[in-house]
Write a protein that binds this ligand. Structure first.
Ligand SMILES: *Cc1c(COP(=O)(O)O)cnc(C)c1O
Length: 357
């Protein structure tokens, strides 16, 4: 820290991204990326002609992509906001909808960025414990004086909150924004996008990073009432109007044009998830019922820390959080069937070696 940093950031604890090792080739199952490449349409679109336009600024409104997303989700372009990854939207939402009197509320075990944003903007964060079975109790989020943020399915558990529970939360917080972070919705959950027609306080956040194989391009989007989208735009045009680069916009358009390709990949990933879950359970693991592209698993025969470290030594990267209530678990991204075979094989080896890293 230099002596110039504002005192208000002195105690800020920044988000820690999952490892992105550059030194060796791992079977990389630690940051929920897709194991499948972008669609052929994306490859065709990012060509010399597109690169030749890089001296020009991109369309700050992202009109073409917003219209394509609006058509895909049955809303109007006025209901769509584009961002530099969905983290960008979460950042803007904490900036726009929270202050000294209106804090934020989210599950204690959820996406690790939520408390960081609350801290960044100095707003009160109410972190609600999960139930003993790791589910979210909707009643805990009803009638509050805070913006509510819920990842559905939740991360890192992969568990889905039923639609009627989500609707209850939205209804009972009509004076506050309710953010439903649907980063993993395409892998088997039910989206609540249609509820934006009914509730002006609902903000649905999605991303191209997971189901659309574009984590490296940084593209997220929000779907909400016209008023909420206008608020997000006010923040965007006060910070970084060109928040999405030209190449990413073009890739996003081609990705929406080839939506079927991605939804087919999601189905494959869901099938691989079910098989992996079953096989891990057969060797004694507890695996939560995930509808996402990752599973949350633990075994009585090996600690979470040893499983993480042991797998890493054997060339397989998974995510370990080490937080007290989930310290027995690791989060495993669903890769290809071949990658999961390697994970299963290395896990069995570790158990046979006595479960110590
Ligand atoms: C990955 C993730 C995001 C953000 O992803 P971006 O790459 O910034 O779009 C947001 N929320 C959750 C729950 C995530 O897991």
């Amino acid at each position: 820290m230099s002596r110039f940093l504002s005192a208000r950031f002195a105690g800020l604890e920044a988000y820690t991204p999952g490892e992105q090792p550059q030194d060796m080739q791992y079977v990389k199952l630690n940051t929920n990326e897709s194991p499948y490449p972008p669609s052929p349409e994306v490859f065709a679109r990012i060509n010399g002609e597109e690169i030749g336009k890089l001296q020009l600024y991109p369309d700050p409104e992202g009109k073409v992509l917003r219209q394509k997303l609006a058509d895909l989700y049955g809303v109007t372009a006025e209901n769509i906001f584009l961002s530099n990854g969905s983290d960008d939207i979460l950042n803007f939402a904490f900036m726009a909808f929270c202050d000294e009197t209106h804090g934020a509320m989210f599950p204690e075990i959820s996406y690790g960025f939520y408390p960081v944003y609350a801290d960044l903007y100095g707003v009160q964060a109410k972190q609600v414990p999960l139930q003993a079975d790791f589910t979210i109790s909707a009643a805990d989020y009803c009638k509050n004086e805070a913006m509510v943020v819920i990842a559905n399915p939740n991360a890192p558990t992969g568990l889905e909150l039923p639609q009627n529970d989500i609707e209850k939360i939205i209804q009972s917080n009509s004076d506050h924004v309710v953010i439903i972070d649907e980063a993993y919705i395409d892998f088997g959950g039910t989206s609540c996008v249609d509820l934006i027609h009914k509730y002006d306080n609902l903000l649905v956040v999605q991303t191209f990073s997971k189901s659309r194989s574009m984590a490296g391009a940084r593209l997220g989007f929000a779907i909400a009432s016209k008023g909420i989208i206008e608020d997000l735009n006010k923040i965007k045009y006060s910070t970084n109007p060109y928040n999405i680069n030209r190449i990413t916009l073009a890739a996003g358009e081609a990705a929406v044009d080839s939506n079927d390709y991605y939804m087919e990949n999601c189905k494959k990933i869901a099938a691989t998830r079910e098989r992996t879950t079953k096989e891990l359970r057969e060797i004694g693991f507890t695996v939560l019922d995930s509808v996402a592209n990752f599973i949350f698993a633990k075994s009585d025969a090996i600690s979470g820390a040893d499983l993480y470290a042991g797998l890493k030594k054997k060339g397989v990267l998974v995510r370990y959080f080490g937080k007290e209530k989930i310290k027995d678990f690791v989060r495993i991204t669903i890769g290809t069937d071949e990658q999961m075979d390697i994970l299963l094989e290395k896990t069995k080896e570790l158990l046979a070696e006595g479960g110590k890293a």
